[in-house]
Design a protein around this ligand. Sequence first.
Ligand code: ATP
Ligand code: MG
Length: 512
Amino acid sequence: MSTITQGYLDDPVFSLVSRVAEQEGVRAFVIGGYVRDCFLGTPSKDIDIVVEGSGIALAEAVAEHIRQVEKHSCHVSVFKNFGTAMLRYHGTEVEFVGARKESYHRDSRKPIVEDGTLEEDQLRRDFTINAMAFSLQREDFGALVDPFGGIRDLAAGIIRTPLDPEVTYSDDPLRMLRAIRFATRLTTPSRTFTIVPESLEAMRKMKDRMSILSKERIVEELNKILLTPHPSMGFRLLDETGLLEYILPDLVRLKGVETVEGRGHKDNFSHTLQVVDHVAEDELRQIDAGTLHNYAPVEGSDGFVEVQRTEPYVWLRWAALLHDIGKPASKRYDPVQGWTFHGHNVLGARMVPKIFQSLKMPLNEKMKYVQKLVELHHRPVSLVDDEVTDSAVRRLLFDAGNEIDDLMLLCNADITSKNPVKVARLKRNFELVREKLAEVEAKDAIRNMKNPITGDYVMKVYGIPPCDKIGVLKEYVKNAILDGRIGNNFEEADRLMRAYAPTLGLQEVASE
Ligand code: ATP
Ligand code: MG
């Protein structure tokens, strides 16, 4: 029989599941994201199978068939609590779940689950475009089962819940974030996805239900929104529905333009979202071109190796999102200069740990990375206004260290102005900074610079115990290297140290 889904179920796993389900006397369907993505022309490798019966039992039976008939090993991972089971077949991941009917308690997003039919199962799914199924029954293999018009909504670019949106969102408020995530992710330059107005209205009403979600789940969705090619759309939706106020109130504080004596400033919320989009675009472009790098530590040494980045880095996107977060607190009006935001980078960097903590995000080196980028985000472009000296570039490289590529990307993305002549001039000068960075790094290897003079060495040469003179001496040598007065090597550093030490009252001890 020919169906509209012909070609979508060519993977041998589908006929295998079909045969085994028939033997077991149960009906099985492909459901959810796989079906949606087939119609979007981007079939995924993640397959969800829903069974009218036990998902775990069907997975075990399929695995047994693979072992007995195909003589392959096959491991089934069973998640008893969820009633699901997962197996891998020729590199394809297949998850099995029994069709279920759900009802909810008010204070939890964990439903009371009972066995149900396919249609009852489809009804509990989040959106019509995620509730479509392909039949795996021999008699209508490949037939689309779409009781809520998912295919129509997909063609029209509409996100809609099968049930009353207020009930859907109240039952499980995570779905509000999922709606925004799907709208953002599925929208491309040639196709816009919109959330239907009654659904947006329901989100506004139900936003307080977010309180039953764990911060971890919220952040998981936020990260997925941030990793889309144009995250700004998601953040605008989060803002319009009032969800952003709950999740990241500091970001909402960036909104608005104040005017004094006829002088306004730019809306920092819109600017921030523009920068996040620029970062995403540039990062993807550089990943495609193979020009973006991470630096990974080399085991057993102080060194780092350059690793080409092949995936977007969510922490870079967080840095873009938070780069101006210190602006509201640092905003001043000066009758001569107009609006100023002096020190907003330092203030912003100080806010980063608090924001991470409020969302239960890691307070480890990822947070420090974001903090560093927020603090330094102005440095490369401020060089542009001055004459770009080697010394300034060396200091930038030293302070940014391994984060220099990402800092440059963020800083470049931050050049937004309504004046195209100004943008063009800044970008041109910015390229000069970039060239100079490469030159200085190649010559002086500053990025991972370690002071050639160590504390132990100073103590030995001058026979002194730990004291603050050691720090003074080391700092003097480091600055001389960064200023380019001496090269980044031990011989020159040692010579300078010995020349300067007597001014601190230090005498060399006679070497034996
Ligand atoms: P992705 O490509 O992001 O994995 P997906 O549609 O496969 O998209 P999953 O989170 O893997 O999304 O979920 C699989 C399916 O389970 C969804 O298509 C949807 O039908 C259903 N689903 C997932 N989470 C929920 C939820 N919170 N409420 C209702 N249905 C859900
Ligand atoms: Mg999925």
